[in-house]
Design a protein around this ligand. Structure first.
Ligand SMILES: Nc1ncnc2c1ncn2[C@@H]1O[C@H](COP(=O)(O)OP(=O)(O)O)[C@@H](O)[C@H]1O
Ligand SMILES: [Mg+2]
Length: 452
């Protein structure tokens, strides 16, 4: 936060608690302390006596202590306020009609025709977003996304990857880093599979709360203001049991909406989060439209932080564990709990001696990856696969990589079916292309392979 943001936020909090705004001397005291001035200098700069400033400062610390519920002093005022702002950030949202507004931005965005400059107070609705929590690294991904949004002005971004890989928490972090660049930020979950017209209505209501007269379409708002829209869990709009990224019949019109967003000129950005990459993105990318896609993979060495959090031991074995579970943060959290439960946190014991699954369930051998409590997550993702993909995964499960330029040599799968299946698995983040010996091959996700 900069001093203006601190002052705005503090003033809002004080007003909410007391019904009075900060007085100008109180603001000057905060500004002075921000600039490392002592009470003498603040008194001189504001043409007041030293005693008066000291007394007012003392009253101010008392007031702020009441407001944030912590002991505020000259020495800690900014760290306490900043911390309070972060925790209030999500908790302090209010609902007006169907619209949720977070309290940090009760002010109007920049006027419709203003240039998209730094806006310290965008209007934000993060009711559907996850809370800000411990977050490790992802610097490369955050930098890539910032480059696409701020420098390249990309209008449609899709982040896809396995369930629990960290798409939502990554995007939540991204918002923290880029929010001053926007007039409006809204996060909508598509878990309830709203119709396109209902989603558009919700967005329109959100934008219209501070812009009159109302504009006819969402794209008009996108042109007028700099809006950031995050649509989470897009996979709910796709058919289960079919190749990836195909809309349910009643949601086909979403595909056209994404095309409109990518093709029309405007100054806003829509980020889609999904387990599956939507099909029409390939066409848009081929037409060189303003769209980019990020396939989110596991964490690298930073995943060690997760193991540290669980208090695991034998840190020399951690890279092996992380590699086995592909740095997938949710899987690692679950497996770490198992290791604590069964091996008192010893990773060596776990790796040297993986627990056996219950008899008759899947028949995992000792050297195989332990699935345990990962089952429900993996199953929910496998349930979405088409029969063809399941056949391919199970048929190739013993191979290292699938080479699609060769005839599959399977009576039940034709070559074009194999291509369809692999392409679909890639769109789910379940297969990955590797180039070896000048030829591309596709690696199937080992945890899913083992599971099947
Ligand atoms: N970079 C990260 N640092 C720490 N924990 C993470 C990170 N990414 C994901 N996680 C953990 O994984 C969980 C699932 O992440 P989430 O973003 O909800 O997954 P997705 O949206 O891809 O399904 C989070 O709640 C968090 O516990
Ligand atoms: Mg998510």
């Amino acid at each position: 936060m900069d001093i203006q943001e601190v002052l705005n936020w503090t003033d809002e909090q004080v007003f909410a608690k007391t019904g009075k705004h900060l007085e100008s001397l109180q603001k000057s005291i905060l500004e002075g302390i921000w600039q490392h001035q002592d009470y003498y200098e603040i008194a001189e700069n504001n043409e007041r006596s030293y005693d008066h400033v000291k007394k007012e400062a003392w009253k101010l610390w008392k007031l702020l202590s009441d407001v944030v519920g912590e002991d505020v002093k000259k020495s800690n005022v900014f760290s306490v306020l900043e911390q309070a702002e972060i925790s209030e950030n999500h908790a302090n949202c209010l609902q007006i009609g169907n619209i949720n507004i977070c309290s940090e931005q009760q002010r109007s965005p920049s006027s419709p025709n203003s240039s998209p400059t730094q806006n310290s107070s965008p209007i934000i609705d993060l009711i559907d977003a996850p809370d800000l929590t411990d977050f490790y690294n992802r610097t490369t991904e955050l930098n890539t996304l910032k480059q696409w949004i701020l420098q390249d002005q990309i209008r449609l971004i899709t982040i896809y990857g396995l369930s629990g890989i960290g798409k939502s928490v990554l995007t939540r972090q991204l918002i923290e880093q880029i929010k001053p660049e926007f007039d409006y930020i809204i996060w909508k979950s598509l878990t309830e599979t709203p119709t396109l017209s209902s989603l558009k209505n919700q967005l329109q209501q959100f934008f219209a709360q501070s812009q009159q007269p109302q504009l006819p379409t969402i794209i008009d708002y996108f042109r007028n203001s700099r809006c950031l829209v995050i649509l989470d869990d897009l996979q709910n709009l796709f058919q289960s049991g079919e190749l990836a990224g195909q809309y349910l019949a009643e949601h086909k019109d979403y595909g056209q909406f994404w095309q409109q967003i990518a093709k029309n000129h405007h100054q806003s950005c829509v980020i889609l989060l999904s387990w599956e990459k939507p099909r029409e993105l390939a066409t848009l990318a081929a037409e060189k439209q303003s769209t980019r896609t990020l396939n989110l993979k596991g964490l690298s060495a930073d995943a060690e932080e997760i193991l540290k959090e669980h208090g695991l031991t034998d840190s020399q074995k951690w890279p092996e564990l992380i590699n086995l579970y592909q740095g997938h943060p949710t899987w690692l959290n679950i497996i770490a709990s198992t290791i604590v439960e069964l091996f008192d946190g010893s990773v060596s014991l776990f790796l040297g001696n993986p627990p056996q699954p219950p008899l008759g369930k899947g028949g995992l051998k000792e050297e195989e990856i332990f699935i345990g409590d990962l089952s429900p997550i993996i199953e929910s993702q496998l349930d979405r696969l088409s029969e063809l993909e399941k056949k391919v995964i199970s048929r190739f499960s013993e191979d290292e990589a699938v080479e699609i330029s060769r005839q599959p040599g399977l009576s039940e799968i034709s070559q074009s079916e194999l291509w369809d299946a692999i392409q679909s698995l890639v769109r789910r983040g379940l297969a990955e292309k590797v180039i070896a010996g000048g030829r591309s091959r596709f690696l199937l996700n080992p945890v899913f392979k083992k599971y099947i």
